[in-house]
Design a protein around this ligand. Structure first.
Ligand code: 4AD
Ligand code: MG
Length: 433
């Protein structure tokens, strides 16, 4: 009997003969013994090939098999308290299915540029495998959160007629006789239409920004989840963002604590502190904080990565900065009734210097005010007439936010750069593989 199993199920098969199918992750030998590290996508196991226990051809195959060759191994599962897995395989048979010498990624330090070029292979390494799994769990936790709270998932288009977040970062595409289209920067405007139909909506998909910034936080293509809720104000929006983030971190810790600790060497205690309440400070207070550290930011200036880092390092959990100068923000923000120079927006900054992971706020719901804002931002009125309709037919206060998946993965996994948070990153200087 072949008894094919996955490495993650190994504990249930102690003492049995099993077959594993995977790839050779690494290898070392000590004369009459070959120690093969075999991975199958669910884990890595040490497989011991002993010269005295296997036919000569099998030992020869174990000796010559190349890194990342595909292999099938058959053997007995034995307890091994020294290994991280707790088990090893005593090999009876090894079949090398395919594999050439010269796998480009060696067990040594490679430059990041080289690894990026080899991204299609780099994904197989333990760290990248862990990040893929945690990204998956974050996305699942996001969906579970909204699905279990009465939100309806509404897909927004990727080809759009106009900007949502300002015209400077639009990717243009030719669009038949209609001229040109733009890749979406955010599904928010469509999310607002959806919220008027379903009450609580969320949009989840890829978004695009022709950002000319080469920072560790910027991608040109990234995934964003955007809840939008009718009859919700800015305070409700902050309550939602806070509750949402606490639940996401909790779900990831429940599933991946061990992996975060061992494979990614993440400081778990920093994640465990992500509990309610998050500090809520105004933009004015944030500027004061930053100025006190000696940094020369002035009121009315946007917080860049440096300023965000200074600010979020003061807190042990995410911090919510609300009420920004309206001039800094997109056209759709509702103005503070107490001060029309202030927009009812909120950014959530992750701790430990990770910076903005959420941007959102309350939307302008008054027809005339919104129309004036569209004109003030010199946006094409034809492209926004449908959006203005939402303020004509049953307008209500409403709010929402957008969470960037990659920045969230980067923060939770403790990664230095967003390029490792998405399987195939797209940046200013990178379109391959
Ligand atoms: O703050 P942003 O631009 O907000 C919006 O797009 C709103 N329309 C969302 C809404 O209210 N529905 O972007 C939201 C989040 C940021 O906080 C950040 O996490 C992420 O999207 N983000 C990026 N992530 C990676 N690379 C980039 N270039 C990003 N730009 C924004
Ligand atoms: Mg923002």
């Amino acid at each position: 009997m072949r008894n094919e199993i996955y490495i993650q199920e190994i504990a249930a098969h102690e003492g049995q003969e099993v077959t594993l199918r995977g790839w050779l992750y690494g290898k070392r030998s000590s004369g009459k013994l070959q120690f093969l590290q075999i991975r199958d996508g669910t884990g890595v196991i040490q497989c011991v090939v002993s010269k005295k226990d296997v036919p000569e051809a099998v030992f020869a195959a174990a000796t010559s098999v190349h890194q990342e060759s595909s292999v099938e191994v058959h053997g007995k599962v034995a307890r091994d308290p020294r290994s991280a897995l707790g088990f090893e395989l005593q090999v009876r048979n090894l079949i090398v299915l395919q594999g050439e010498a010269g796998y480009p990624i060696q067990p040594k330090e490679h430059g990041v540029g080289f690894l990026q070029e080899q991204r299609h292979l780099w994904l197989r390494s333990a760290r990248q495998r862990a990040v893929l799994g945690i990204r998956h769990s974050i996305i699942k936790a996001i969906r579970d959160y909204f699905d279990s709270r009465g939100f309806t998932l509404v897909d927004s288009p990727i080809l759009t007629p106009a900007a949502c977040e300002g015209t400077s970062t639009l990717f243009e595409v030719p669009y038949f006789d209609l001229g040109k289209a733009f890749l979406t920067q955010s599904g928010q405007l469509y999310g607002e239409a959806a919220a008027m139909a379903v009450g609580k909506a969320y949009v989840f998909g890829p978004t695009f920004r022709a950002e000319k910034s080469k920072t560790r936080r910027h991608l040109t293509e990234f995934w964003m989840v955007e809840p939008e809720v009718a009859y919700m104000d800015l305070d409700g929006d902050m309550d939602l963002a806070e509750d949402f983030l606490v639940e996401i971190v909790k779900a990831v810790l429940a599933k991946h604590e061990h992996e975060l600790r061992t494979v990614l060497e993440r400081d778990i205690s920093a994640l465990q502190k992500v509990q309610k309440p998050f500090p809520r400070i105004t933009y004015n207070e944030a500027i004061e904080y930053i100025q006190k550290t000696g940094h020369p930011i002035r009121w009315g200036e946007d917080m860049g990565a440096d300023e965000e880092t200074i600010l979020c390092k003061q807190f042990d959990r995410p911090v919510m900065v609300h009420r920004y100068p309206a001039e800094m923000k997109a056209f759709y923000f509702k103005k503070d009734p107490k001060d029309p120079k202030i927009a009812l927006g909120v950014d959530v900054l992750a701790p430990e210097g990770y910076g903005e992971i959420i941007g959102g706020g309350q939307r302008e719901d008054d027809y005339a005010t919104l129309k004036a804002a569209i004109e003030h931002h010199q946006l094409p009125p034809e492209a926004f007439s449908w959006y203005l309709d939402l303020r004509k037919y049953g307008s209500v206060p409403h709010a929402g936010f957008g969470l960037g998946v990659e920045r969230t993965v980067g923060w939770i996994c403790g990664l230095h750069h967003v390029r490792e948070t998405i399987p195939f990153p797209r940046m200013m200087e990178r379109l391959t593989p």
